[in-house]
Design a protein around this ligand. Structure first.
Ligand code: GDP
Ligand code: MG
Length: 398
């Protein structure tokens, strides 16, 4: 072990080596990493050991999964997704942050649960312009949730498939500890917030070597490419991969590589809802929240359910935030569907055709797009045409 990691870290590493159980090893190696000073010279040690932790976690989860399948339990926390799923979470320091109140305000659900302890998820449907949003309130997140405290695993695993996470914080209580706990547990559960997946791909190949390709101008800015390539190879090997092509498409760190090699890492969008803005002395905490978190959470909503101070166009805001557009289909009888298709920004006619039904794509002839305010309101287009929010489309097949 190199000499620039400090005495405390070395002791911790020895404890890790001596530990018996996998849980202990994961915990100690995590502590070791937090003791290692962070700079260029230790970057590789940190990345390598993060890979080791990820590997041990996978092993642990496999074991637990095996145990579960033999026990055949269905978790009361597992929620069937309907429409656009928004999950509200909060820190256990703040019981009564106002989640049930907001759920009830938006959906009418769970009125009798306001002011009571939430032990299991509560669900309601919020309708906006014929779009369904499923709003889920989760029991509050405890410290150690990512290790399973307070049903933490079940709660966090639901977040992995949702469309949006709302971190609810109470403006009448210390902001910092609420935010730190939530961000910490999300990070430990390998849920990355408001960042795109790193620009790299790992393809396993038949050839018996690891190849690292730098494919963009940005990627070539990484610096000492030769040295970086060696570190990349070492980390890839540490993950049990002997033959692969690593394509680097932008500026990445070794940490990004570890993430890309860890299948349990997911990338999610999240916003902050700051509650009880009607109460005195909540302005200053709200400003502080914006000052400190606007960089990582581009949307922070200050609200008051009590005063009904909440955006009337919440659904619209959410679609914009998630970069989704609404596309209305027109039937052959010239009827415009009431319910729009919800698609990603920059989707094409091809994407829409496939979403409606594969056959619309397979026998596609042409499409007509009706766009309000466009120079040409009705336009005949092909599969590559890029759609905009509010477009009405007519697909003609052969
Ligand atoms: N002053 C004020 N109180 C609120 C607001 N929203 C919720 N509360 C109160 O906070 C308490 C807990 O609310 P609840 O929705 O059950 O919180 P939860 O535990 O996060 O689900 C209740 O007494 C609510 O009336 C608000 O906007 N302003
Ligand atoms: Mg509640």
């Amino acid at each position: 072990m190199s000499s620039n990691i400090g005495a405390d870290a070395k002791v911790k590493y020895q404890e890790y080596l001596d530990a018996g159980s996998l849980e202990q090893k994961i915990k100690l190696l995590g502590e070791f990493i937090s003791l290692v000073p962070k700079h260029k010279g230790t970057e590789k040690i940190i990345a390598l050991n993060k890979s080791r932790i990820a590997k041990m976690k996978r092993e642990l989860e496999d074991r637990q999964r095996q145990l579960k399948t033999t026990q055949k339990v269905i978790s009361p926390f597992s929620i069937k997704k309907e429409g656009i799923q928004i999950i509200m979470i909060s820190a256990h320091y703040t019981p009564g942050v106002g989640k049930t109140s907001l759920l009830n305000y938006l959906t009418g659900a769970a009125k009798e649960k306001i002011g009571k302890f939430t032990a299991l998820p509560e669900i309601g449907i919020y309708h906006f312009n014929n779009i369904r949003f499923q709003i889920v309130e989760m029991p509050s997140i405890m410290k150690g949730a990512s290790e399973g405290i307070g049903n933490g695993k079940e709660i966090l695993s639901q977040l992995r498939s949702c469309d949006l996470i709302c971190l609810c914080v109470d403006l009448t209580r210390p902001i910092e500890e609420q935010m730190t706990l939530l961000v910490d547990e999300l990070t430990k559960a390998e849920i990355r917030i408001n960042i795109p997946p790193p620009p790299l791909t790992v393809q396993k190949t038949g050839s018996n070597k690891i190849q690292v390709l730098y494919l963009t101008g940005e990627a070539k800015k990484i610096g000492d490419i030769e040295d970086f390539t060696e570190k990349v190879k070492e980390i890839v090997r540490e993950n049990g991969i002997r033959n692969a092509i690593i394509k680097i498409l932008g500026l990445i760190s070794l940490d990004d590589l570890v993430d890309a090699l860890t299948p349990s890492v997911v990338y999610k969008q999240a916003l902050i809802i700051a509650t009880k803005g009607d109460l005195p002395y909540t302005e200053e905490p709200f400003d502080k929240l914006e000052r400190e978190y606007l960089k990582t959470f581009p949307k922070i909503m200050g609200i008051s359910v009590q005063k009904q101070n909440f955006p009337k166009n919440f659904g619209e805001l959410i679609l914009k935030y998630l970069k989704k557009i609404r596309i209305y289909t027109m039937s052959s009888a010239r009827r415009i569907a009431e319910k729009p298709l919800i698609m990603d920004e920059d989707s094409t006619i091809k994407d829409a055709a496939i979403k409606i039904h594969k056959s619309f794509f397979e026998s596609f002839e042409h499409a007509v797009v009706i766009r309000e305010g466009a120079r040409q309101k009705r336009k005949k287009v092909g599969l590559d045409y890029i759609l905009k929010d509010g477009d009405i489309i007519e697909i003609h097949t052969t």
